[in-house]
Design a protein around this ligand. Structure first.
Ligand SMILES: C[S@@+](CC[C@H](N)C(=O)[O-])C[C@H]1O[C@@H](n2cnc3c(N)ncnc32)[C@H](O)[C@@H]1O
Length: 239
């Protein structure tokens, strides 16, 4: 499978939820993508007309983001701001945006609880947080299946202490409980099959990418399959 098609399958379930959320806004929104890197999501969101700010500490990622924005004619709707998660509120302001993406960031920041609190503070009331984190059970399973038993054991023993962190569902729920979001956020699994199906199988069967895409969407909502998901995605609203 060529890379961009594989990447589209991996993000399918997240994108479906984010797009539906923005659809509910009933207009164009202000979005912040914390740790948005080179702008994979930002380009798509700006392409829909939303105003997107990417906050990321990496100058290289932001330079790539600027190039992408210029090439896609979206420079007026996307901007990159260099900064760390701990600068987020100062850079963006309190209650300033409708949607915050925090994808793949709690894994690496100094303090995940502080970062989560900052993402909620920049949201206006009722605004939405899209949180995507690596899921530890799937990482343990993947190592065990690959015969890397020692690594699987280390991951299990170290739990959330090792960086980059990987989280369990109860750990994510505990972080959310202290973050100022409404109860019962929507939580679902991402990449339930995408990382397990061998690329060669998908490449050689006509229509397989589309099928895998559909499977990911179906599986993401099934609690019984969630243990296998490589990532957990949450959509939570600011109280
Ligand atoms: C795994 S990448 C995820 C990129 C993108 N959000 C995605 O989902 O594809 C992690 C990103 O977090 C950024 N990052 C690392 N440390 C950070 C920090 N302390 N505060 C904010 N972003 C950080 C990195 O520069 C990188 O762009």
């Amino acid at each position: 499978m060529v890379d961009h098609r594989r990447s589209a399958v991996r993000t399918a379930a997240v994108w479906a939820v984010v797009e539906a959320e923005l659809g509910q806004l009933g207009g164009l929104g202000r979005v912040v993508d914390l740790g948005g890197g080179t702008g994979g999501f930002a380009v798509r969101l700006a392409g829909l007309g939303h105003q997107v700010t990417v906050v990321d500490p990496s100058p290289d990622a932001l330079a790539a983001l600027d190039r992408r924005a210029a090439e896609s004619g979206l420079a007026g709707r996307m901007r990159g701001v260099q900064g760390d998660a701990s600068d987020l509120v100062r850079l963006v302001g309190e209650q300033a945006v409708d949607l915050v993406l925090c994808h793949g960031v709690l894994e690496v920041v100094d303090d995940p609880a502080d970062t989560l609190a900052a993402t909620v503070r920049v949201l206006q009331r009722g605004g939405a947080l899209s949180l995507l984190v690596a899921h530890r059970p799937a990482a343990v399973l993947a190592r065990a299946l690959a015969g890397r038993l020692d690594e699987a054991r280390t991951l299990l023993r170290e739990g959330a202490r090792a960086v980059p962190r990987r989280f369990t569902e109860p750990e994510v729920r505990a972080l959310l409980a202290g973050a100022g979001v409404a109860d019962s956020p929507y939580l679902h699994g991402v990449r339930v099959f995408a990382d397990l199906v061998p690329g060669v199988v998908v490449d050689s069967e006509p229509g397989a990418v589309e099928l895998l895409h559909e499977l990911e969407l179906l599986a993401s909502d099934r609690p019984e399959l969630r243990t296998m998901a490589s990532q957990l995605h949450v959509l939570a609203r600011r109280r």
